[in-house]
Design a binder for this molecule. Structure first.
Ligand code: FDA
Length: 387
């Protein structure tokens, strides 16, 4: 059996960007190994069969970037709709427009503040604690936005996300809590934003659609590693601790349980994402996928909609790892894994699992483009070392 020029472990955005660049630019034969039954990693989406509504299988994925290079690159594989993401939050029976802005402040405090008055109000409320004196997440948040807004919009939600009272969470988890003193309620402030016109999977499949790329699904790298390790360069985008048999201990992750249901109504909540800020509501958010593509409204089955309740918790070993917990202990383990990774011959580690870093899609793609430019191209085109 002839060996490929490069093996890529994982077919998420990081792995597919590497595969596409190496196949198109360097004419390399690339084998992509993917242990799931589909390509695309966590950005994968599929149509819910009874309604035809596109559902993001591993949680809502909204594309946004200010990186011009990434924007130019992704537009080679898909066009984007003009969707602008907005998030609403429920608290004690009222619905507020997030992120925290002048509309939310005025609704919450029941008064029409000017921007200057609202700024003054929040400055006064947050003066209760100095940010540099904050010893936990609660104190830090109060020092940034004041106690009333903290108790309504951060305390219950963050407690549910972390299954931990915010007084027991590290102040480092938040660096800033931006408050906008305007009515602007776009969730992202990047130059480019939108959703892939014909869905994430069509986009991801186009990236892999090259005669030099073979994607082998339902194939765990560790089952076939002996065929390739030390024989061909490998770009590994799976969990870094798993690669080394958890020799330095398991890195901790949070996961999200996603409970999808088809509801017998035209419209369940009137928007894509509603956060549930009350501590006694067990889920953190409800996603209603049809609102991500209003332009497809006529193609969906009327009278039905797909919603997903999200429940956040710490991941067990068999759960999907979603968000790095990143405790001081995790950071120590990660440093040891990084040393092992550096010493591993012919293997490069990348992507969110390979680096134990939360990466938005544009960051995963941008980081793969950098690995291609700085390491893979010099190696394959000029014989530079694979480091
Ligand atoms: P990704 O996890 O996608 O792919 C890794 C692949 O490797 C997987 O397919 C896995 O099966 C495979 N693999 C692992 N080990 C293997 C092995 N041993 N053998 C074979 N295959 C193996 N970003 C954004 O920009 N906007 C958003 O709205 C969101 N929303 C969002 C919600 C949630 C809940 C999460 C967890 C994440 C997001 N993201 C996001 C981030 C986005 O999911 C992320 O940027 C990409 O998934 C990163 O792509 P990677 O290729 O790094 O990993």
């Amino acid at each position: 059996m002839s060996l490929p020029d490069l093996v890529v472990v994982g077919s998420g955005f990081f792995g597919l960007t590497i595969a596409e660049r190496c196949a198109s630019e360097l004419d390399l034969k690339v084998l992509v190994l993917e242990r799931r039954h589909h390509l695309g990693g966590n950005a994968y989406s599929e149509k819910e069969p009874t309604t035809g509504i596109e559902v993001h299988k591993y949680g809502a994925h909204l594309f946004h970037t200010s990186n011009e290079r990434v924007w130019e690159y992704v537009n080679r594989f898909t066009s984007f709709t003009d969707y602008r993401h907005k998030v609403f939050g429920k608290y004690q029976g009222q619905v507020y427009s997030l992120p925290m802005n002048l509309g939310l402040i005025n609704q919450f405090f029941g008064k029409a503040h000017t921007p200057a008055e609202a700024r003054e109000l929040i400055a006064e409320q947050s003066s209760e604690i100095a940010t540099e004196d904050a010893t936990n997440l609660e104190e830090k948040a109060i020092s940034l936005i004041g106690r009333p807004l903290y108790e309504a919009f951060i305390k219950g939600y963050t407690g549910k996300q972390w299954q931990t009272d915010p007084t027991k969470l590290s102040a480092d988890i938040i660096t800033r809590l931006p408050v906008r003193y305007t009515y602007e309620n776009g969730w992202f402030s990047d130059t480019h934003e939108g959703l892939p016109t014909d869905g994430y999977t069509a986009w991801l499949e186009r990236m892999a659609d090259h005669p030099n790329i073979e994607v082998r699904l339902e194939t765990d790298f560790f089952a076939v590693a002996d065929e390739y390790k030390g024989r061909v360069p490998i770009v590994y985008t799976g969990p870094v601790d798993e690669y080394f048999g958890h020799s330095e201990g398991r890195l901790s992750w949070r996961t999200v349980d996603l409970e999808a249901s088809v509801e017998d109504v035209d419209d369940f909540q009137g928007t894509g994402v509603v956060n549930y800020n009350d501590a006694d509501v067990p889920f953190t958010r409800i996603i209603e996928f049809q609102h991500f593509h209003p332009e497809r409204a006529r193609t969906h089955l009327p009278g039905k909609t797909v919603i997903v309740h999200e429940y956040s918790r710490f991941a067990e070993p068999d759960d999907e790892p979603y968000y790095p917990v990143n405790t001081a202990e995790d950071r120590e383990k990660l440093l040891r894994y990084r040393d092992l990774a550096k010493a591993e011959p012919m293997v490069l580690f990348g992507g969110r699992l390979g680096t134990y870093k939360y990466l938005d899609m544009h960051m995963a793609i941008g980081s793969a483009l950098s690995m291609f430019d700085n390491t893979l191209r010099p190696h394959f085109a000029e014989g530079a070392a694979l480091r």
